[in-house]
Design a protein around this ligand. Structure first.
Ligand SMILES: C[S@@+](CC[C@H](N)C(=O)[O-])C[C@H]1O[C@@H](n2cnc3c(N)ncnc32)[C@H](O)[C@@H]1O
Length: 208
């Protein structure tokens, strides 16, 4: 047994719906590793249990795996807004959202987060940034005024497969995007922050 197997066998199960989604993604989608998965999904749910956010924004839906985990964790009167630029994902996302007992808490927006966020008339308690790595700083700047003081931003993949400590190629725009986001957060004294070495790195940012 690996340490990962041990952790998962002593963590809540993901449940039948998410297991089916995961299998479907692995068989039918090109980049199934992009979805949050069992451990991170349970952590996202646990953050919602602990922080009880009423308004959550996810930037980058992909299959809806993390969306469903966030929706599981929040209370009945909460809303999860999630934005996905690739409209080819719509059928996949809706197939699983429609089967979830938490479907009424989920609003899926198809389009570019950079265009949709400025039109949103919401104040968020929690934001999960998990879209184009080259644009993390742009999402952050755009969403920051929409987050209440005391709100949380979670940013995924901030260790980017360990590439943040390697020499970076000028052609590697994704690593450059993550590096400049991490630097920006480090310098930003409007927030407190910590990088969790979970999976591919999950930064927790608390707005003062
Ligand atoms: C890593 S996946 C999201 C995984 C999902 N959050 C989860 O944890 O299961 C990133 C997704 O962001 C989408 N994306 C990229 N740029 C975007 C943008 N500007 N606006 C909205 N979605 C975007 C991609 O199409 C892709 O489906």
């Amino acid at each position: 047994m690996t340490i990962e197997d041990y952790i998962l066998s002593h963590t809540d199960e993901e449940g039948n719906l998410l297991e089916a989604l995961n299998r479907d993604a692995n068989v039918n989608l090109l980049r199934p590793r992009m979805l949050s998965g069992h451990l991170q999904g349970r952590i996202l749910k646990m953050f919602c249990r602990m922080l009880r956010p009423k308004r959550v924004l996810e930037i980058g839906t992909y299959t809806g795996y993390a969306t469903l985990c966030l929706a599981e964790g929040v209370e009945e009167d909460a809303l999860i807004h999630t934005i996905e630029i690739n409209d080819e994902m719509e059928d996949f996302i809706m197939k699983y959202v429609s089967r979830s007992p938490h479907k009424d808490k989920i609003r899926v927006h198809l389009g570019d987060a950079l265009e949709i966020i400025p039109q949103m008339n919401e104040t968020f308690d929690m934001v999960f940034i998990d879209a184009d790595k080259r644009l993390y700083s742009d999402y952050y700047d755009l969403v920051f005024p929409h987050i209440r003081p005391g709100g949380i931003i979670l940013a995924d993949n901030t260790l980017w497969d360990g590439k943040v400590v390697d020499e970076v190629q000028s052609s590697d725009k994704q690593t450059i995007g993550i590096l400049s986001f991490n630097e920006k957060i480090k310098q930003d004294n409007r927030v407190e922050k910590v990088i969790l070495p979970l999976r591919d790195g999950l930064t927790i940012i608390w707005k003062k």
